[in-house]
Design a protein around this ligand. Structure first.
Ligand SMILES: NC(=O)c1ccc[n+]([C@@H]2O[C@H](COP(=O)([O-])OP(=O)(O)OC[C@H]3O[C@@H](n4cnc5c(N)ncnc54)[C@H](OP(=O)(O)O)[C@@H]3O)[C@@H](O)[C@H]2O)c1
Length: 337
């Protein structure tokens, strides 16, 4: 098969590095272009772990150079910066997968949580790249919006149960993430001295992934929900564990519900015990478990925030957009022990 030229804008960041690693061994995509704000370096200088593995010059990122070198591009950029790139790239026919929040939400939801949208004309065509729910749309898409990491873990666990949940009651989502979820830029919260031996909630009940979760539940099931989302930072590099607490309106066997939803899915593993982050770290898997006590429902899901929560989900979307098998080049073996 002829190689498809792939590029990464934002290659110096954490999700950019994950994309480099997967594209370096992908059987069809050829890593043809990597770029950062400044350029003028090499990929192995930015990421010393790549020395003797991948050697590539890093370009100064411009839409023109992406158009010249790429058939498909991953935007591993902060929100707002991404839409400045996506707009000309989609118009020029470069298949674009954005990892930021810029194309995930309806305009009103986005502007309430982030900033004014500068590319509303492409928002309508962007496909939300939660693979199990949007794979048919992704096959036809020119622009894909990578879901947030917390929404990915939450929605994959919660969506199958929505028809059985009393949605007039609050749904509580208690989520924990490794520090790489915050990107490579250092802040007081992510400083070693603050996060080491520590564990705390941040933005409780007002984190901007809450409206994303609510909006997607409504789009998929046509049901409005009361989402109460509390993220925590844990002293781990990667991995995300989500615990959902909800009230059932009917009796169900939770594992039967999950099997009906995901029995055939190659990258969802249904567990008969509560899940953990180490078993998914380094992979595209989402592990899910659920249990019931009378009308109380507990759902437990785990992903690698940098992979299923960002880069490998983006790669699965790119595979579909380019007519490849969805699972091509997706990582399967966890970083255990
Ligand atoms: N980390 C996660 O777990 C995760 C999960 C899901 C989604 N996301 C989203 O994915 C995106 C990337 O996240 P990340 O964690 O990889 O962030 P990151 O580690 O901070 O990397 C972002 C990169 O973007 C580059 N950049 C910024 N402005 C640029 C510009 N104008 N042109 C070219 N490059 C530019 C920066 O590199 P230079 O300054 O060197 O140019 C930086 O390396 C974000 O929108 C984030 O919200 C992240």
């Amino acid at each position: 098969m002829t190689a498809i030229k792939a590029g990464i804008v934002g290659a110096s960041g954490y999700t950019g590095l994950e994309l480099v690693k997967m594209l370096a061994t992908h059987p069809v995509f050829e890593l043809a272009y990597v770029a950062t704000t400044q350029g003028d370096t090499t990929i192995e200088s930015l990421h010393p772990a790549l020395q003797n593995v991948v050697h590539m010059p890093v370009s100064k990122a411009t839409p023109e150079s992406v158009i010249e070198h790429c058939d498909v591009v991953f935007l591993a950029l902060p929100h707002k910066t991404s839409m400045g790139f996506a707009k000309p790239l989609v118009d020029a026919g470069v298949k674009t997968i954005d990892l930021s929040a810029d194309y995930r939400l309806e305009k009103e939801t986005y502007e309430a949580a982030y900033c004014p949208h500068e590319d509303p004309e492409h928002l309508d065509e962007a496909v939300y790249a939660l693979i199990e729910y949007y794979r048919d749309d992704l096959k036809k898409a020119r622009l894909a919006a990578g879901p947030g990491c917390y929404p990915t873990a939450t929605l994959l666990g919660l969506l199958p149960f929505i028809p059985y949940i009393d949605t007039a009651s609050a749904i509580f989502i208690d989520a924990k993430s490794g520090v790489s979820g915050a990107g490579k830029k250092l802040s007081e919260t992510t400083h070693y001295v603050h996060i080491n031996d520590n564990f705390f909630a941040y933005n409780p009940l007002k984190h901007r992934h809450a409206p994303e979760i609510a909006e997607k539940i409504e789009k998929i099931h046509g049901i409005k929900t009361h989402i109460n989302f509390v993220p925590h930072l844990i002293p781990a590099t990667r991995g995300e564990l989500v615990s959902v607490y909800a009230t059932l309106k009917v009796d169900i066997d939770p594992m039967t519900v999950l099997k009906e939803a995901y029995g055939e899915e190659p990258f969802i593993r249904l567990r008969n015990h509560p899940v953990d982050v180490k078993s998914v770290a380094g992979t595209h898997y989402c592990d899910i478990y659920a249990a019931v006590n009378e009308n109380a429902l507990f759902i437990s899901s785990a992903i690698d925030n940098l992979l299923r929560g960002a880069s490998s989900q983006a790669l699965a979307a790119a595979n579909l957009m380019c007519g490849l098998e969805e699972t091509t080049g997706l990582p399967r073996i966890a970083y255990v022990p």
